[in-house]
Design a protein around this ligand. Sequence first.
Ligand SMILES: C=CC1=C(C)c2cc3[nH]c(cc4nc(cc5[nH]c(cc1n2)c(C)c5CCC(=O)O)C(CCC(=O)O)=C4C)c(C)c3C=C
Ligand SMILES: [Fe+2]
Length: 416
Amino acid sequence: MSAEEQGAHGRPSRRNLLGWGGAGLVLGAGAGAATALALDDGDAKAAPAAAVPFHGAHQAGIATPVQDRLHFAAFDVTTSERADLVVLLKEWTKAAARMTAGHAVGEGAFGADEAPPDDTGEAYGLSPARLTLTFGVGPSLFTRFGLEDQRPDALEELPSFPGDHLDKARGGGDLCVQACADDPQVAVHAIRNLARIGFGSVAIRWSQLGFGKTSSTTPGAETPRNLFGFKDGTNNIAGGETAALDQHVWVPEKDGPAWLAGGSYLVARRIRMNIEVWDRTSLREQEDVFGRTKRTGAPAGKLAEHDPVSPRAMLPTAHVRLARPAAHGGHRILRRGYSFTDGTDGLGRLDAGLFFLAYQRDPRTGFIPVQRELARHDALNEYIQHVGSALFAIPPGVRDAHDWWGRALFTAPAKD
Ligand SMILES: C=CC1=C(C)c2cc3[nH]c(cc4nc(cc5[nH]c(cc1n2)c(C)c5CCC(=O)O)C(CCC(=O)O)=C4C)c(C)c3C=C
Ligand SMILES: [Fe+2]
């Protein structure tokens, strides 16, 4: 803890307790367990601040409960020196551990007068807001740093799908960081400070802000609605479904490579939703498109949201009928997307949609076959367009204060 984070008597001040998450709910990574910690200043009514543990077997931000806001950034590595990149990843990891706990970066926002402060300052006094920072590496990184023999076969650029209208400026990237928090300022502060630390070694290639999570990983929570007004995330993998996570989300050791064991793959797609056309579509057509009822989220022919899906009650082109795991050998993906609105396009239409994020054990059995089917037959295609795309491998969790993002990859013994 830096000097500025000490209270007058050397004890942490109340604001600082809130600021670095000592006062509230601490959510156990993966298990979602909650432990209440007491305030030491007698203010029992203070709003609990929430910090999600940074260290663990898996990175937070995948199976941990979904927060309300997103700032996602893909980076190009601009240095050609592998040693510089390793230094950066160590610095990023330190900063990420501090920010997710509600600390400022380095010596904070108010250090020596003669130098720019270590931290940009806009999160000063804010709670950790359940900030999670999830780090990934893209296929392009491997060729650039002599890591070809460590690139998993599953990590290659996604194939193109019928109807794709991809903007290269909104896709790809050597590295990515997904920042999720309940406060947008906390998420934006985190990405901004990582980009600042990376100046000279990495540059943001593209980024996306998101709101109104479109999926839930928390059983029993009200399922959120997407911008088409439908409940989204009903049939998702929940954070506590350990067996399903092991089977469908975490990369097991036997899949290889060794550095990725306990990690995952992340597919990111910026999907524009044609709001104006949708809003002129009848309710019956809207419900036929998804195969679910708009008010309750119940599958076609059923009464309640969580009733089992009956595909024959849906049109053959219904989104849910085509996407359900039973139509894809039982393989599942963990969806963790967010809505976005980025102003309007030149024609006065909202540039709005779904920033689709999905974690899986292998994109070749997860996202790719489902998207192949959806791209050909989904009735939803009349109302959406995929405009951005990226795939990243997500290393396992940072184990302790000596570990760092990408350590196992950058220290892996070369294959013969
Ligand atoms: C390739 C994977 C998927 C893409 C791309 C995708 C886009 C997309 N989805 C919605 C809205 C809904 N999707 C729903 C269910 C659902 N979607 C996928 C996959 C993709 N969706 C799956 C695997 C499922 C689960 C199917 C099942 O097991 O029943 C639903 C229904 C509610 C739910 O279960 O979440 C909605 C609504 C939009 C708007 C969209 C692109 C903009
Ligand atoms: Fe979907």
